[in-house]
Design a protein. Structure first.
Length: 647
């Protein structure tokens, strides 16, 4: 088809537009030498699934629910989305798909004043000169804290792959309150909170967050062993959910990708590629099987208590040995390497608590691992670890991530097929056990195009409700008006309440969110007005406002109350070192003020009853009209304070 015509309605006879499939993605993969790995998909049964597949869905015809809301109607679900290279955390309403908020965490944001205020800089981390330590980030995965198998609305966590940082978002105010840089690792990718304590039954909520790192490096990575690939290793890290300190790390073979945790708190796992330990991608794809690596949390923490660890470089974090060679005896093993074909991507816990599912990526298979059997192996009751694999079935080309509907079905993205496959887990287990009549593939749906992450409403809890499914498609190609060379990505919404999946909405999204979670709105109780007492620097009364000088160290205390700042003017001298503290004394919901100082590169907002501060050096004489940047009142334009700087 003539590509130039694709932007016109008459050139779109086929709503599913299958003709576009695989052109870019496969060409790119072949060019990258991935034919090595793909050949594994063309074995005896090739791309045809072993079980009879339902015909690909044509234009949406089945009955479905309407995702669009009437003006004034509220969404029934929250979606928490990672922002990708923008380094932020996004909040969506679903099913409408409306973006409600972006919470800055790793990167500066001039609306919030993130990276500009002293409070945000303290969270983000600074160099000795007070400038930000890092100004780039790459967020991929976000997951929230649990209680009794469901989200409890306390926290979400999100990763920065570039600089190996984990940020925590408070879900009462939707702000980032802590960031921790993981020692000894690069390429921190997968992240997942635990769901209960492995030992103490009273702790049926999140107290740890697990972090998997992809890239293996010399340890410590200080210039030694640069060319000794056999010494490169990566680590799996455990961060304390409250203190955000790194509790411990595990030295492992292979590279971590995603992370999953069991509902009983006993196991965490990461799917692994490059168990070969290669440095070039050809080397990373030579093995036919890689692994889903399980961590026995209680044993690891006992080993740390017993002093069986070492540390690397300047890091004080205890590191236990989880390599394959050191963990051959199941009775003492800290880790267990269940094999999975080939460069697997994604590991997801089923909502019934029984299984972890890994997708094959370079193999057309989904692998179902029964957690009770992994625990049996650790207890010496299972002779071969791979007997924990209860199904390994063909589901389609390029399987990546899996979501669940709580009715026994899994939904896996097929990157190369540009499809979602709905498959029944128990039927797959029967098929794997020898029942060739077990039809595990239930439905297939074309998506647009090359889907990566997928998640369904409540899918990662014990309360998966099988209502809505979102899929993050990496290429949008022809789905939206062109805006130059950078295409939006396509986030698609699918109604999964019936037997057939129905595609109900496309949304363009700025690249690239990667992962997201969706849950019922009643699980969050956000606050709209801050508590003045949470801020030690709060200027609690306009009478406390003013200029307080100690030599050239100056504190300017400002209050805002629509439509006026107090003081209306303040006087400084060139050479002053100023800390300006502002408290918004307005108590009314939605009454946010901003504060900008021209030519001093300062802007931030103060929400109702919030206090923020900025520190700057006065280096320019003249008049500078500080003004409210956030519309607040009919006299908003008049809401100013005159900064008078004497030479
Ligand atoms: Cu204002």
């Amino acid at each position: 088809m003539d590509e130039a015509k694709m932007n016109t309605a008459e050139a779109m006879p086929d709503p599913s537009r299958r003709k576009f499939l695989n052109t870019a993605a496969l060409a790119g993969l072949a060019g990258a030498g991935l034919s090595v790995g793909l050949s594994a998909c063309n074995n005896e049964s090739g791309s045809k699934p072993a079980a009879p597949a339902a015909a690909p869905a044509a234009a949406p015809a089945a009955a479905h629910r309407e995702p669009h809301l009437k003006p004034g109607e509220l969404d029934t679900y929250y979606g928490l989305w990672s922002g990708g290279h923008t380094g932020d955390f996004r909040v969506l309403g679903l099913p409408s798909g409306r973006e409600l908020h972006r919470v800055p965490c790793f990167n500066a944001d001039p609306l919030i004043g993130w990276g500009i205020t002293n409070e945000s800089k303290a969270v983000m981390g600074t160099k000795a000169d007070g400038s930000l330590k890092y100004t780039v980030a790459d967020t991929h995965h976000t997951h929230a804290s649990y209680k009794d198998g469901n989200y409890d609305g306390r926290y979400a966590w999100i990763n920065d792959k570039i600089n190996s940082r984990i940020a925590r978002i408070r879900l009462d105010y939707f702000i980032c309150d802590k960031i921790t840089e993981l020692p000894n690792v690069q390429g921190f990718h997968g992240i997942f909170p635990d769901k209960r304590d492995p030992v103490d039954p009273a702790i049926n909520y999140t107290t740890r967050v697990f972090c998997g790192a992809e890239f293996h490096t010399p340890l410590p990575n200080d210039g030694r062993d640069l060319d000794s690939l056999d010494k490169y290793r990566t680590l799996f890290s455990c961060v304390d959910a409250e203190s955000m300190e790194v509790r411990w790390q595990v030295l492992i073979d292979g590279n971590c990708d995603l992370v999953a945790t069991s509902f009983d708190g006993k196991l965490a796992a990461t799917n692994q590629y490059n168990t070969e330990g290669g440095a070039r991608y050809e080397d990373m794809m030579s093995a036919e099987r890689d692994a889903c690596l399980f961590f026995n949390i209680a044993r690891i923490e006992q080993a740390v208590k017993d002093g069986k660890f070492k540390t690397y470089g300047s890091s004080k974090v205890p590191v236990v040995d989880g390599t394959k060679a050191a963990n051959a005896d199941p009775k003492t093993a800290l880790t267990a390497y269940v094999t999975v074909p080939k460069n697997p991507h994604g590991v997801n816990a089923s909502p019934d608590g029984k299984y972890f599912i890994c997708a094959g990526k370079l193999s057309p298979t989904g692998t179902v691992i029964e957690l009770a059997k992994v625990l049996d192996w650790f207890d010496g009751k299972l002779d071969e670890l791979d007997k924990a694999i209860v199904a390994e079935v063909e589901i389609g080309l390029g399987p990546l991530h899996t979501a669940f509907d709580g009715r026994g079905n899994a939904y896996t993205t097929l990157f190369l097929d540009s499809q979602i496959v709905k498959w029944n887990v128990e039927a797959a287990i029967k098929f794997h056990a020898g029942d060739k009549n077990a039809q595990y593939v239930v439905d297939r749906l074309d998506v647009h195009y090359q889907p990566g992450h997928i998640n369904a409403s409540q899918s990662e809890t014990m309360f998966a409700d099988g209502q809505w499914l979102a899929v993050g498609c990496k290429f949008s190609k022809d789905r939206f008006l062109p805006v130059g060379p950078l295409h939006a990505e396509t986030e698609q919404l699918v109604d999964i309440s019936g037997e057939k999946m129905v595609l109900v909405a496309d949304h363009p999204v700025r690249p690239e969110p990667h992962d997201f979670i969706i849950f019922k709105r009643e699980l969050l109780q956000p606050k709209q007005v801050y508590d003045l007492n949470e801020f030690p620097l709060a200027v609690k009364d306009p009478k406390e406002a003013g200029v307080f000088r100690d030599g050239n160290k100056v504190t300017v205390k400002i209050t805002s109350m629509a439509p006026a700042f107090e003081p209306r003017e303040f006087r400084l001298k060139v050479g002053d070192e100023v800390t300006l503290i502002m408290t918004n004394l307005d108590k009314i919901e939605d009454l946010t003020h901003g504060f900008a100082i021209p030519k001093y590169n300062i802007n931030f907002i103060c929400n109702p009853q919030e206090t923020k501060s900025v520190t700057f050096k006065v280096d320019k004489p003249g008049i500078f009209w500080c003004y409210c940047t956030h519309f607040c009142h009919a006299l908003h334009l008049e809401m100013r304070s005159r900064m008078i700087v004497e030479a």
